[in-house]
Structure formats: C-alpha cells, structure tokens
Design a protein around this ligand. Structure first.
Ligand code: ADP
Length: 481
C-alpha cells in the first residue's frame, strides 16, 4: 500500500497504535479508498490520558490570556486552511462542499469565541451572614477531558468540545468517529502548528468500545463530553456512575416542524428544505416529523415536491451537489427500512421512496429525497430517528393538538414552527419541550447560542457562555478574618 498511514497525536508526537492495526477510510459516494489510519485500543488511550494528566498542571494554572493566544492561533489556522479542510470533509463524509465550508468556518468561529470566553470565567464574592467571615466563589477547570464525537460534523463537533474545554483550562483527548477521522488528523496538524504545549490536546484513533472502556475506567479522566447515539450515551452514563465522572451528552433528536395556516408557505418550504436535507438529513436537529395545518397541507406538499424534485443529489465534492450520500450501508439500510415500513403501513409516496441507482449512484449510499403522506403513529418514522432525506407529512387541525403531538417524543432537541402570527410565535415555543426552537428559522444554530436537548436528547449545553460551564467546577472558599 502506497497510502501513508495517518497517525495519532499523543503528547505532542505522531504515533502508531500499539496493536499495529489499521483502518481504511472510504468515500460513501464512490467507495474509493481515501485514507488509512492507525487504529488503536485502550493502551493508546491510556497514553493519551497520562499525557493530558501530566500537562494539566501547567495548562490548568496558565492565565486565561495565555490559553487564549493558542486558541486564537488555531482559529486563524483553520480559517486559512478552510478549503482543504472542507475538501477532506466532502471526501470522507460526502457532505456537499458548500456545507462543508460552512462547517469549517463554524469551527474557526468556535475557537475564536472561546479564545475570548476564556477571559470571562468570573468568580463572585457573596455577602456573609457573619461580620468576621468572607465568602469567595471561584471557577476552576474540571481536569482531563475526553471528547467523543460523531461523523456528521467532523470538525465542528470537535471544535465545540475542544475549544471550551481548553479555554476553561482542561486538557483534552479527542476520539473522533471511525467514518471521518481524516478531518481530525488535519486539525491536529494545525494544533501542532499552533504550538500548543505537549500533552494539552491529544488525538486517539481506535476501536470505540476499547477506547471508551479505558476512558470510563481511568480515574484521571474527570469529564466526558459525548455527541452520538442515545444508546451509546446511556451506556457511557452507566459507566460514568462508578466514579461520578462529569458527563455531558448531546444525543439523538426527532424534530417536529410545524407549519401553521398563517405561515409564509414559501419561507416555510425553504426552511424545511434546509432543516431536512442538510447533510442528507444526517443531523440530530433535522426535521423528522412535518406537521402541516390541514387547510394548507396540499399547497405546501406541492411546493415541497417541486423543490425536492429539483434537488441535485450526488458526491459532495461536486460543487452543484445539494444532497450527498448517506454515510454508510447501515445508514442507508435504516432509511430504506423506515420508508418500507411506512409504505407497508399505508403511507403514500409523493416523491422518491427508493435507493438511487444507475451510473455513479451504484457505487455510493444514495437515497432519493422522499416525501410521504398518510402517516400514522405506528410507523417507525414517527418515533425513531431516521437520519436521512425523508419527510413524513402529518396534518393537524388545532394548535393544542399539534403541540401535544410535537411533544409526544422521547427526544427533545430541536423543534421548528412557521407562523406570521406574533402571539402564536411567542406562545407556542414556550410549550414545546425542546432545547432549541426555530421560529420562522430552519437553521437556528450559532456559535454564541446554547445547543442541547431536553429528555433523552441529553443534557449540558454547547455554545456561547453556556458551553464552558460543563468544563468548570465551582469552589467556595470561606475566609475567617
Ligand atoms: P452513530 O450511530 O451516529 O455512529 P455512535 O453513538 O455509535 O453514533 O457514535 C458516536 C461516537 O461514539 C463515535 O466516535 C463512536 O466511535 C463512539 N462510540 C461508539 N460506541 C462507543 C462505546 N461503546 N464507547 C465509547 N465510544 C463509543
């Protein structure tokens, strides 16, 4: 094999897995080999934890301004290398290049934001009950932090965890997803270029269960921040219990998107398109249930079908592509299963409804963007996360009814509503049991806003001033004077 094997970054050095194992990374659009990584286990993870632990003493007590300098430098380097990073994301994930560029800029923005937020970790003094005592409250870094990330945002998921952790004074090991490790390798080359002291940020590439088991068993790891499936989140939470490890979880979603009879239907169709088809529907904030008032349902469905049929589906590296492939065979199988299940239980297909085949499609995991009607609550798509380009249309009659239906989910990450009625726009979000609500906005995420869910979508928040809280402990010092 001529391909150079990409290595892990531990204690400031590029190293191969103890096991000598490797893993191939392939394009989900064409099946071609695009890289090979070293693929480790608990032994490499332990080394990274030891390195992060040794580096914590200095990094955790450095001034915020010192830490900030490194974060700013990294932000600038990501910005400078944005095109190359976007191309790696498009190649390993199939994400449309335009979206990939947006994601890279988002990552640069996160590092820039937390370079500043590092300087705003304020303490407090609180008036005492007693004249001879003083109360001081200070914030300190939690300690060694393990960040476990999924494949759907290969750079920004890492940035949203690493940036606030480092800003707070924690040292970090990152374990990216198996499908998209090449982006992380490039980011760590930039981390090296930014000159971070050795051991402060480490990259572990390896088998999830083995890496995870070491992270959860090792007492030096004080905090685990995880984005991924609810099933793995629950497993990690159980494993964290023994040591009371700090955890924050950003898990699955099942977003309702509500179109009221007084909505601007064109704006709603655009918002839906964005919230459903971005990243081929592989986002935890993606619309999974579309509720449309019965009086505008036919008109809205028509608009959606027209827009969807024009969508360009293909390899993300092609600049015209609007919707890329699913990440792998399992992802495609799940989406097709949801479509077949809905059809078997009476759903009607307005457009799509099948795998795309023929020509270049035969090599990749492509699903036709799909719109379904005649949905009933027994269908998997109504309760399980589809993670693909499928829109089930459900009609409703009243505001109360649709709020109840929207909340009837174990998930609680994102919800959307479209209406031109000001009272309704204020009233309805208050009743939705979701951590993020887009009102006439199909793409609500921003660096400075809190991102996270209710219920089984997890807890803890990423983004803005909230994102750093999970990496800080609160210490109360009582002074007798
Ligand atoms: P998805 O279904 O989106 O791939 P996962 O929850 O399986 O979501 O994966 C998210 C991240 O969690 C990935 O980096 C994956 O390697 C990691 N992961 C999967 N299983 C475990 C585990 N048992 N312990 C720790 N990390 C895991």
């Amino acid at each position: 094999m001529t391909e150079q094997i990409k290595r892990m970054y531990i204690n400031g050095e590029w190293v191969e897995a103890e096991s000598g194992n490797t893993l191939e990374v392939k394009s989900p659009a064409t099946g071609e080999l695009i890289g090979v990584i070293t693929y480790g286990d608990g032994r490499d993870t332990k080394k990274a934890i030891d390195a992060a632990d040794a580096a914590f003493k200095e990094w955790g007590s450095a001034t915020a301004r010192e830490r900030s300098k490194y974060l700013s430098e990294l932000s600038a380097l990501i910005h400078k290398n944005r095109n190359e990073l976007a191309e790696i994301i498009a190649a390993e994930l199939g994400k449309p290049i335009r979206e990939a560029k947006g994601e890279v800029l988002g990552a640069a923005d996160n590092f820039a934001w937390y370079a500043e937020e590092a300087k705003r970790v304020y303490g407090e003094t609180v008036p005492s009950t007693f004249p001879n005592k003083r109360i001081h409250v200070m914030k300190q870094p939690v300690g060694v932090t393990a960040a476990i990330t999924p494949w759907n945002f290969p750079i920004n998921m890492a940035a949203r965890k690493i940036a606030p952790a480092l800003a707070a004074g924690c040292t970090v090991l990152l374990k990216p997803a198996e499908a998209t490790p090449l982006t992380s390798v490039r980011v760590f080359e930039l981390i090296e270029e930014a000159g971070f002291p050795k051991g402060v940020v480490n990259l572990v590439l390896g088998e999830p269960q083995k890496v995870g088991a070491e992270i959860m068993a090792n007492k030096k790891v004080r905090k685990v921040t995880f984005t991924g499936s609810t099933a793995v989140g629950k497993l990690l939470m159980r494993q964290a219990a023994d040591q009371m490890k700090r955890v924050s979880f950003e898990l699955g979603g099942h977003a309702p998107f509500i179109v009221f009879e007084d909505a601007d239907l064109d704006a709603a169709a655009n918002g839906l398109f964005e919230s459903k088809y971005r990243n081929a529907g592989q986002m935890c904030i993606c619309t999974n249930r579309l509720y449309v008032h019965e009086s505008v349902a036919d008109e809205f469905a028509q608009k959606l079908v027209e827009r969807t049929q024009k969508a360009v589906v293909g390899d993300g590296r092609n600049p015209e592509t609007e919707i890329g492939p699913l990440v792998n065979q399992a992802g495609l199988d799940k989406v097709l299963d949801h479509i077949e299940d809905a059809k078997a239980k009476g759903a009607k297909v307005l457009t799509g409804g099948h795998r795309l085949t023929g020509g270049e499609y035969d090599q990749g995991f492509f699903c036709a963007p799909t719109i379904l009607t005649d949905i009933n609550p027994d269908m998997k798509i109504v309760s399980e996360e589809t993670f693909g380009p499928v829109v089930p249309i459900i009609t409703f009659k009243t505001e109360e009814e649709v709020i109840e239906a929207a909340n009837a989910s174990d998930f609680g990450l994102a919800a959307y509503m479209y209406s031109q009625n000001v009272s309704r726009c204020l009233r309805v979000p208050e009743k939705l049991e979701y951590g993020i609500v887009g009102v006439n906005d199909g793409s609500p995420t921003q660096t400075q806003a809190p991102f996270g869910g209710f219920k089984e979508s997890g807890f803890g928040r990423e983004g803005g001033k909230w994102g750093i809280e999970g990496f800080l402990e609160t210490k109360f010092v009582s002074y007798g004077i």
